[in-house]
Design a binder for this molecule. Sequence first.
Ligand SMILES: [Zn+2]
Ligand SMILES: [Zn+2]
Length: 402
Amino acid sequence: MSAPKKGDLSSSEKELFEVITAGNVQEASRLLGCKDVRVNCLDEYGMTPLMHAAYKGKADMCKLLLQHGADVNCNEHEHGYTALMFAGLSGKTDITWMMLDAGAETDVVNSVGRTAAQMAAFVGQHDCVTVINNFFSRARLDYYTKPQGLEKEPKLPPKLAGPLHKVIMSTNLNPVKMVMLVNENPLLAEVEALGKCRRVMELICEKCIKQQDMNEVLAMKMHYISCLLGKCASFLKDREDKLEGLIKSLLKGRDSDGFPVFQEKFIRECIRKFPYCDATLLQQLVRSIAPVEIGNDPTALSVLTQAVTGQVGFMDAEFCTSCGEKGAEKRCSICKMVIYCDQACQKMHWFTHKKVCKKLQEQREQQEAESARLRMQQSNGKDKQGVTQSDTITAYYTDAFL
Ligand SMILES: [Zn+2]
Ligand SMILES: [Zn+2]
């Protein structure tokens, strides 16, 4: 069959576009089996069935089309939109992920020079931006699991690729969470393995900087992970309490207000040690962090997270005080000022939180008393005003009657 031309559709292909809009996966599956249906046919605007399905936010349909060989990087759309751009516009993180996993290029720009991540950001789909900016395919990592050139052994033992990829894909950059990810895998939580993984992270970081379309964001993330793995290795080597000790150090708050100073200093140091001094992202991070006194906002973690994942507004969701995961709901029952994923996260934090819990409780009670007093004052004021007003009215009538 010849290469699809815009708007050149068989009747079954026209039907396919209709059933995609309607979301009828079964019917789409039947049509894709027809001889006169090309999975990468183009409608009059140059949109493929996959672009339609992505834009409409229909995950099952996207999956079906990809299974039938849909080209995720087709670029015939009249304004240069790709399936990944449509996925980002739809706001569906699962579809965005699916496109990336199918090999979607992230650097392609549309006719006005915007990438998929920039377009998603432009329409406020920040979760999709996060997914795109942090994507690093397993295939790109697996490259290091095969010996290259004269190497007798690969740089990365294949058994480490899975657990390392999990760390790389984490959109939560909280070092506690990342150490937890290392700690949960015995293959990875081992000095020699960590050394190898570190080396690969540094190589990828270098590649990200030196490749033609430089990706400073991914380079910074790889460097950050490398620093973290290095820290894990040194705790495994030197400390009896191993990675639990590292987690404790990262969580330990200072006496005055519970602020985790070690964590803040560690992240600042990671950023400072980024090996490519000319990188714009590095300069931007340093400018944001350097003037901030330790303990004040913004924290190095929040600046780094925003730069790397595009996540803004740490405020509109609840984040675990220990590990930084989104969607934490369990409040400390005493002070009610900190929030955790579960009891495990609370337990991990208690050794340091207990020193400030009482203080936080008092602060909260003071605040509550203060706002109750204000509310009372306001409502008293209203009453008084009400009384005065009715008095005035009474007087007026009295005058009038007199
Ligand atoms: Zn947690
Ligand atoms: Zn508490």
